[in-house]
Design a protein around this ligand. Sequence first.
Ligand SMILES: Cc1cc2nc3c(=O)[nH]c(=O)nc-3n(C[C@H](O)[C@H](O)[C@H](O)COP(=O)(O)O)c2cc1C
Length: 323
Amino acid sequence: MLKTKFTETFGVEVPVVQGGMQWVGRAPLVAAVANAGGLGFITALTQPTPEDLVKEIARTRDLTDKTFGVNLTILPAINPPPYAEYRDAIISSGVKIVETAGFNPVDHMPDFKSAGVKVLHKCTSVRHGVKAQSVGVDGISIDGFECAGHPGEDDIPGLVLIPAAAEKITIPMIASGGFGDARGLVAALALGADGINMGTRFMATAEAPIHQNVKQALVDGDERNTNLIFRQLRNTARVAKNAVSDEVVGILAEGGQFEDVRDLVAGVRGKTVYETGDIDGGIWSAGTVQGIINDIPTCAELIGRIASEAEELISSKLAGLVA
Ligand SMILES: Cc1cc2nc3c(=O)[nH]c(=O)nc-3n(C[C@H](O)[C@H](O)[C@H](O)COP(=O)(O)O)c2cc1C
């Protein structure tokens, strides 16, 4: 059994986290991760209203009696969602762990703290991790350039980002971006992290509530199968390479503006990809870790083998290298 600062502080058996995923982070997946001993997060903003989030939390509780959390992604928006109401829904439902992402969570800290909610803040740079640590979060999730979703604008892969962060972060820290198996977990521990966060790898599991075609696309795709969109707008997102993301990259490279791609990148189009399995139907997030995804296991199989193979790697293969 692997015991780290992360498992101790957040009360989970295995130092493996399923981070928030828009449209994907719903009850069946989160409960399956929890039942397998990991830490899953419901994605708050996938639920249309805070009341729907309360129902999704209840639906998850019907499927597991283990610990799980809720992801609250705070991004700049012209019409921002009612963040305070989502926060209140989390607190009133009795959820005790939140993954914040995007903006600094400082505005939400007093309410979370007084309700005894632990905050795991996900960020993409050492300076943002240090800042979050200074406002009292309980853990940091540091997302390298490999990751699906928003890698930030610094382009620092995990091999440097994780140890650089480990030098400054004293609270529990997990490494994110590009992780998919026991080798990644052991590497993350060696680099100074206390566990790993995975997104893309959890999409290709039996319980992920998305179309089989999407899961198969992740198995078929290799590490080159992503596009970085919105680079020019300084809001970079790593998404699956497909007809739509290729078109968006082309339009923006030729000087196009957001207005020129607005319809192509619409969130509802992305959502239909997961529902219909038309993988060229819109933009959907995926990371470079596709290069090491070769199957569609249950969460119990995936987390179980990551834990057991990591123990084997450390105690046998690596220990055996010491003369
Ligand atoms: C389909 C998908 C949707 C995501 N949506 C969110 C989100 O809404 N909020 C968030 O904080 N991170 C989101 N992420 C990022 C993941 O939580 C995680 O940080 C990332 O996937 C780690 O990189 P990996 O995919 O290489 O494991 C998303 C990732 C994926 C694959």
